[in-house]
Write a protein that binds this ligand. Sequence first.
Ligand SMILES: Cc1cc2nc3c(=O)[nH]c(=O)nc-3n(C[C@H](O)[C@H](O)[C@H](O)COP(=O)(O)O)c2cc1C
Length: 146
Amino acid sequence: MFASTGAKGDRPGTKDSVAQIIETGVFCVNIATGDLRDAINATSAPLPAGTSEFAAAGIEAADCTTIDCPRVAGAAASLECRMTQIVPLAGQANFAVFGVVTGIHMRDDCVVDGRFDPRAAGGWIARLGYKDYAAVTDLFEMDRPE
Ligand SMILES: Cc1cc2nc3c(=O)[nH]c(=O)nc-3n(C[C@H](O)[C@H](O)[C@H](O)COP(=O)(O)O)c2cc1C
């Protein structure tokens, strides 16, 4: 799932992502990693509906396997999703979008000893407040108590 907040003039009540998911019923989640940080940031520009963010951000696209939707060819991982529910949330233009994963892609160099390593590819990144980001650079394991 992801949440979308805000609207743009050419997509009444929401932004392109939610509008396109309503139209097509599918979406692809591409994991954001440090090695693609500039391209990821470039896709947040409020481009007009119908303008390719792949082209604008210089991102190579590949076809998804299980859904009719492009994915980021160089992403560390991508989740192909069929939308199951869009829940309007309180406030203006807020939506939670849920989907079931129908296909998974993982970059070979991000799989270490048979497990996906979120430190690979510059580390998964998360958007924080202000202009701040965090990257996964360290991992630790803990056993749950009996
Ligand atoms: C790393 C990153 C994470 C973002 N996450 C969200 C998010 O979870 N929800 C949201 O509504 N916008 C998010 N944004 C902002 C959108 O990218 C921006 O509003 C964009 O114009 C929306 O594009 P769209 O019209 O194609 O949906 C994020 C931006 C960046 C750079």
